[in-house]
Design a protein around this ligand. Structure first.
Ligand SMILES: [Mg+2]
Length: 433
């Protein structure tokens, strides 16, 4: 009996942060939206009170209002969410070692052998809950799952939301999972569901009853075996994952839904992506541009280059791609930029043709990065990004599913790290009760 993993999933995270910071919102149905006064947008999160009316992530604002006429919409404040997230991680880290942060509201830790018995593991989870209540506030609750492997611990965290604490041990596996839908299980997307169905597996019970060889055949690789073991609480050594892309995407606010607005926003996002590239010491060799024109028309174009982290070189490539856009399309409504083909600096061979000019430019960009880190992203930027920079809403920092923004790189506000600073800044505007 060894409960090795403790998985933490915060409940309705964005909405509960808003309820924590504003007591008037507590106990009320609220939804977080990217921008206020835009009927075409969708909810990016909902409070538990709103969830009772069927409002969840992705529900359009108009529909949310129809489901719950009293709903209050709150504009997302990503800087605040990241600041709270940093403080949460710090708080949890004081109780158990946080192995990995998976998203803004999900993280897990490994329990050392002396804490792997149910009583001790439960105690640790309760200590985490208490510490969070004292440091972050009582409105922001977490559901905790404890299990022999990370996969089951994550499922356990979903079994009794909100503010849950569920232990799942070997003897309950895999039968306890039968209440889940296939789509709740990490690693089973829409395509895998079709494949499973073609082998007669339509629910979790059938998945759990399937033989290891069957799953091997369905997955077409050792991944199927890995999955069979995971369902039974067995941890196989994890495969090393590599960073594969840097990207930003942004729904344009009405004032930037023009050729110039989209172009400038793309340049602004490219600058951010290049900054991250340099901070994390990667080079890119593949730039992908995606634009949605109007509400239907999607267009994308890509270009390859020799590995680089030079904003100017990538800007020129962006301009080339932009020139290929469909000219008769409606106004752009959404833009995305992705840097792919990443090579880490330690595996990168510098070009034989690097000129003194290239080196001077690299130096200049490093100085620009330092200025941005110290004085914020708006302090210095290239001319192409000017229109977007001057429009406050353009490409603000966003929290993607698997990427927690670094406030010192991506926020428009100044979150400069000083050499002596070891803890993240205390988030402002919260009611610290
Ligand atoms: Mg959550």
């Amino acid at each position: 009996m060894a409960l090795r993993y403790l998985f933490i999933d915060f409940d309705s995270f964005y909405a509960s942060v808003e309820q924590q910071s504003n007591p008037l919102l507590r106990g009320k149905p609220i939804a977080i939206v990217p921008t206020l006064n835009a009927e075409t947008t969708s909810c990016i999160a909902a409070s538990y009170e709103a969830k009772h009316f069927g409002i969840k992530t992705g529900v359009p604002v108009r529909q949310a209002r129809a489901l719950c006429p009293n709903i209050q919409f709150i504009q997302a404040n990503h800087d605040k969410y990241v600041a709270i997230h940093n403080r949460m991680v710090e708080t949890i880290h004081e109780v158990i070692f946080v192995d990995e942060v998976l998203s803004i509201d999900e993280m897990y830790g490994r329990l050392p052998p002396k804490w792997q018995k149910p009583k001790k593991a439960r105690q640790k989870a309760e200590t985490i809950k208490l510490a969070l209540k004292q440091t972050i506030g009582r409105e922001i609750t977490a559901s905790i799952g404890i299990a022999p492997n990370r996969f089951i611990a994550k499922l356990a965290s979903k079994m009794n939301k909100p503010n849950g604490l569920v232990l799942v041990d070997y003897e309950q596996l895999p039968e306890i999972l039968e209440a889940f839908d296939l789509s709740d299980i990490t690693g089973i997307g829409a395509r895998m569901q079709i494949r499973l169905k073609s082998h007669g597996i339509t629910n979790v019970k059938e998945l759990c009853q399937a033989k290891r060889e069957t799953l091997h055949r369905i997955w077409g690789s050792i991944e199927g075996d890995r999955f069979w073991y995971a369902l039974r609480g067995i941890s196989l050594p994890e495969q090393e994952t590599h960073k594969r892309t840097f990207g930003h995407s942004h729904v344009l606010p009405p004032k930037l839904r023009s050729t110039e607005g989209a172009f400038s926003t793309l340049h602004r996002m490219l600058e951010k992506a290049c900054h991250r590239l340099r901070v994390e010491q990667y080079f890119t060799s593949h730039l992908v541009l995606q634009v949605k024109f109007g509400f239907e028309w999607r267009w994308h174009e890509a270009i390859r280059c020799s590995p680089t982290q030079d904003t100017l070189q990538l800007s020129q490539l962006l301009n080339l791609l932009w020139d290929c856009r469909p000219k008769m399309a409606p106004n752009p409504t959404k833009v995305s930029i992705t840097l792919m083909g990443l090579i880490h600096a330690k595996n990168h061979t510098p070009s034989l043709f690097e000129s003194a000019e290239d080196r001077r430019r690299a130096q200049l960009q490093s100085i620009m990065d330092q200025i941005k880190q110290r004085y914020g992203n708006r302090s210095i930027y290239y001319g192409n990004a000017m229109l977007a920079q001057k429009t406050t809403e353009a490409a603000p920092m966003r929290i993607a599913f698997n990427h927690i923004p670094d406030l010192t790189i991506e926020s428009d506000q100044t979150f400069a790290k000083t050499p002596t600073q070891t803890t993240s800044p205390k988030p402002q505007g919260l009611d610290w009760d």
